[in-house]
Design a binder for this molecule. Structure first.
Ligand code: NAD
Ligand code: DAU
Length: 346
């Protein structure tokens, strides 16, 4: 398999990279990543010396670049992780989310379609999406299944839903072997410290306030990042074209449960918890029914949440050189440093 994987300098993509290169069936792996603020420094990636690996710094929405990369490398499969991924940022920089998440995905689909027509061989296209596209659940609603109607409620999830529909349209109309995976909240090492788990761990280490939105009773389902990667790998190698697969951790927790778990793992006081103004349009509950992935892909959420959280806390305690330079920079500074440099607007 000649794999083009996008966004492998980010949290989930970097875990997927390690997993994919552990498979001898992968003869080539190209990582296309534009290195936004959340892209890990590429020279941190442990796989850099693998002769099958190549890094290309570039934007998935750059049609000329993507097209020339396809001509040069002739990938037989694509996995698309690259995205703007933070809901809070999408509230004030939605245009950037449309550009990467929708236009970028379309650009990859068009290049894959052209390559499939040129080579006459089927191309596999796995698009990595999110449970957020299904919208919001009440406390007693059944968990999201793959047939739950899409009902995105923030600019991030709206752009992810738009991309999912494009992927399914290309599977139907252009016979691309395309499929979509939708997972719940991932957690684990190397997540950018803006998301709930790493933000709270890194603040607690420094005895800073832990800002909980609203009443702290919003519920998320938590999935160990490597379990999601195992699911994406299974979809890539065994999934059925045109299908959607949900992956969840079967670990619904309130935000307050998560934060008190972190404080207890670090031996820090609950007085650090600070209730702040709620996120606009804050979805109350997400829950995932992953029966289809269990029965057709042998997917299992392997790691228990409490154990995964302990491991994650330990990683952030032991790897402060990794996250300290990323803390304390305002959103405006991020955008100037990263998007300004790239000549991109928000
Ligand atoms: P992340 O923000 O950590 O990483 C995103 C990566 O994509 C970064 O390396 C970034 O540089 C790269 N990127 C962004 N825009 C790009 C562009 N235009 N061209 C090329 N590269 C670009 O995100 P993550 O948490 O690793 O999420 C990966 C994927 O999984 C996303 O598609 C996200 O929507 C999805 N997802 C994430 C979660 C979660 O809990 N983190 C859950 C479900 C689905
Ligand atoms: O459900 C999958 C999604 O999970 C992914 O598609 C997104 O890429 C990922 O960012 C994540 O979205 P959430 O909005 O659920 O994650 P976040 O870590 O931003 O927030 C988790 C919960 O914690 C949510 O209810 C908001 C709350 N929160 C978050 C932050 C950053 C707080 O209470 N305080 C905070 O400071």
């Amino acid at each position: 398999m000649r794999l083009l994987v996008t966004g492998c300098c980010g949290f989930i993509g970097s875990a997927f990279l390690r997993r994919a290169l552990a498979d001898s069936g992968v003869e080539r792996l190209i990582n296309l990543d534009v290195l936004t603020y959340s892209g890990r420094r590429e020279n941190d990636l442990e796989v850099r010396d693998d002769p099958r690996y190549r890094f290309v710094e570039g934007d998935i929405a750059d049609a000329a670049l993507v097209s020339s990369l396809f001509s040069e490398e002739q990938p037989t499969a694509i996995v698309n992780f690259a995205a703007e991924s933070h809901v809070d940022r999408s509230l004030f920089a939605a245009r950037r989310f449309v550009k990467t998440n929708i236009e970028g995905t379309l650009c990859l689909l068009e290049a894959a379609r052209a390559e499939q027509e040129r080579s006459g061989s089927p191309i596999r296209f796995v698009h990595v999406s999110t449970d957020e596209v299904y919208g919001d659940l009440g406390p007693d609603d059944p968990a999201f299944s793959e047939t739950t109607p899409l009902d995105p409620r923030n600019p991030y999830s709206a752009t992810k839903a738009g991309a999912d529909l494009l992927v399914q349209a290309f599977a139907a109309t252009h016979k691309l072997e395309a499929l979509v995976t939708r997972s719940s909240n991932n957690y684990g090492p190397r997540q950018y410290p803006e998301k709930l788990v790493p933000l709270m761990i890194t603040n607690a280490i420094d005895d800073l306030p832990l800002p909980i939105y609203g009443d702290g009773l919003n519920v998320r389902d938590w999935l160990w990042v490597e379990d999601n990667c195992a699911g994406v790998w299974a979809a890539l190698t065994r999934g059925t074209s045109g299908e959607v697969y949900n992956f969840g951790g079967e670990s619904e927790r309130t935000n307050l449960d998560v934060v008190t778990g972190i404080l207890s793992a670090l031996g820090k006081p609950e007085s650090l918890i600070t209730y702040v103004k709620d996120r606009p349009g804050h979805d109350r509950r997400y829950a995932i029914d992953c029966t289809k992935a269990r029965t057709t892909l042998d997917f299992t959420p392997g790691l228990r949440f409490e154990e995964g959280l302990e491991r994650t806390v330990r990683w952030y305690v032991d790897n402060q050189d990794w996250w300290r330079p990323l803390k304390g920079v305002s959103f405006q500074e991020y955008y100037q440093q990263h998007y300004g440099k790239l000549g991109l607007s928000t």
